[in-house]
Write a protein that binds this ligand. Structure first.
Ligand code: G3P
Ligand code: CA
Length: 331
């Protein structure tokens, strides 16, 4: 398998499908990264025989401050297939990677700049804030001196750092409060040549709890690979929505407690991937893999890569034998 050395460590899976494809990788890898051109997986695999993907939830946020370069770097080192970005929009219209609509939980600094709503602050204000110190205080067992002083990255800075050498799983967060978020996202993807998916694994997946946001994105570009996030609802309720979801999305991101075999079967019958969130315990990972999910969001990518090595044979879904190749399926 092709490998990539990253910061002295080695990670393979994340880059296997995205490099060497027709788009070309015009953005140089981050400092310390060396790249080998990989082989591309055969086309035509189905959802159920593709290996489940490891989505680093806010980066490797169990080990490093969420949505910082440290967190994304660690995720890649640990073998994640995707690094996740939650998007917020600043007062001056810049997309930043931050989970909460407010700054209070994950940044520290001058209260005038570093507390309150993101949408009420300029990027210059937010850039004065420390995005790592809170983590050292909250998780002393994982604290590192180098986390102090980390900054909130803009989405553009994320693309500049990782370019085509990572896969991105980007969430439009509270898009109803940030008009134009989708257009800005697509403009950035275009500028950094990240809209293609010439390989079986998607370079970019876009997720949202807002079906309006996803429908808008689908209208802007029907080839985008979109994931409908779903809050904590029952399997039957979600199953009843899948035909509608299929009209614009390629998968669902349900809460882990919603997932049962019937939901996975119903999704796979429609070539919809199932990527539950947020799964951090090995026993939960094993149970979901046995049910047949196509990937998971986790704060601890290494735990999921390990679970994938020891997982039991994957359950064959009822639809599997007759299922057509899901070429639009995200992997
Ligand atoms: O995007 C999947 C999962 O991250 C949704 O929950 O609140 O962590 O964005 P949240
Ligand atoms: Ca998210």
């Amino acid at each position: 398998m092709s490998r990539i050395a990253f910061g002295g460590a080695t990670a393979g899976a994340v880059f296997v499908f995205v490099l060497g494809c027709q788009r070309g990788a015009h953005v140089p890898p981050p400092p310390g990264v060396s790249v080998e051109i990989p082989t591309i997986e055969p086309q035509g695999r189905t959802a159920v025989d593709a290996p489940p993907v490891v989505v680093a939830h806010r980066g490797a946020s169990g080990y490093a401050p969420e949505h910082t370069f440290a967190s994304y770097d660690r995720a890649i080192e640990l073998g994640a297939d995707y690094i996740e970005q939650d998007l917020q929009l600043t007062k001056d219209g810049v997309l930043v990677a931050l989970h909460d609509p407010t700054l209070d939980r994950t940044v520290r600094g001058d209260p005038a700049n570093c507390t309150g709503r993101v949408i009420d602050k300029t990027l210059a204000q937010i850039k004065t804030c420390d995005a790592g110190r809170w983590f050292n205080d909250a998780f002393p067992q994982y604290a590192r001196a180098e986390y102090v002083g980390l900054r909130v990255p803009t989405l553009e800075e994320v693309f500049q750092r990782y370019g085509a050498h990572a896969n991105y799983y980007i969430e439009t967060k509270n898009p109803e409060d940030a008009p134009g978020m989708e257009d800005k996202l697509l403009a950035l993807l275009t500028r950094y040549d990240l809209r293609g998916h010439a390989s079986p694994r998607s370079l970019v997946l876009i997720q949202s709890f807002s079906d309006a946001s996803l429908r808008k994105l689908h209208q802007l570009d029907p080839s985008l690979r979109l994931i409908q996030l779903i809050d904590n609802r029952g399997s039957a309720t979600i199953r009843a929505s899948l035909d509608a979801v299929k009209s614009y999305a390629v998968g669902i991101g349900p809460s882990k407690g919603s997932v049962d075999p019937a939901l996975v079967d119903a999704a796979h019958a429609r070539c919809l991937a199932v990527h539950p969130y947020t799964v951090n315990e090995p026993n939960e990972m094993a149970a979901l893999l046995a049910i047949g999910v196509d990937g998971m969001f986790t704060n601890f990518p290494d735990r999921l890569t390990l679970a994938l090595q020891v997982k039991p044979p994957r359950r064959l879904t009822a639809s599997a034998p007759s299922m057509p190749p899901c070429l639009a399926q995200p992997r």
